[in-house]
Design a protein around this ligand. Structure first.
Ligand code: FES
Ligand code: FES
Length: 156
């Protein structure tokens, strides 16, 4: 077992973990942060996307011990003072989800995009979300929601 200390969504946790424990399992099974889902076994779907030390990562492809001393933000850490993040609002208002399984990862990846490029075109949104799969929506409303969250509703 290895001792780790990780700040997750603003709270610091200290735990003993197996060196092979994946970050996504640590978040879900140890911390109870089930807002980050597991959608595949192959690091392909992007559903498990979180931010680790400022970088967007697929938390099923990172070990919990790699987050030691670091800071993780999950989709559950985005709302502030009971207010949804603009992307959360836009996904809700633009019907950008059906089953919702991909939504946490989509929102975390889109948040990363908007920090890099605050005014993305639809094509840029599609390109940025290529690592995130959705089996339900056909992506159109997801792209619209991200463009809307960037404040360019007319451009969608
Ligand atoms: S669960 Fe991590 S990429 Fe699919
Ligand atoms: S809304 Fe179901 S997978 Fe995207």
């Amino acid at each position: 077992m290895t001792r780790i200390a990780v700040k997750v969504d603003g709270t610091t946790y200290e735990d003993e973990v197996e060196p092979r424990l994946l970050l996504v399992h640590y978040l879900r099974d140890r911390l109870g942060l089930t807002g980050t889902p597991i959608g595949c076994d192959t690091s392909n779907c992007g559903a498990c996307t979180v931010e680790l030390d400022g970088q967007t990562v697929k938390s099923c492809s990172v070990l919990a011990v790699q987050a030691d001393g670091g800071e993780v933000t999950t989709v559950q850490g985005l709302a502030e003072y009971g207010e949804w993040h603009p992307l959360q609002k836009a996904f809700h208002e633009r019907h950008a989800l059906q089953c919702g399984y991909c939504t946490p990862g989509m929102i975390m990846a889109a948040r990363d995009l908007l920090r890099e490029n605050p005014s993305p075109t639809s094509d840029e949104v599609r390109h940025a979300l290529e690592g995130n799969l959705c089996r339900c929506t056909g992506y159109q409303n997801i792209v619209r929601a991200v463009v809307a969250a960037s404040g360019q509703e007319a451009a969608s």
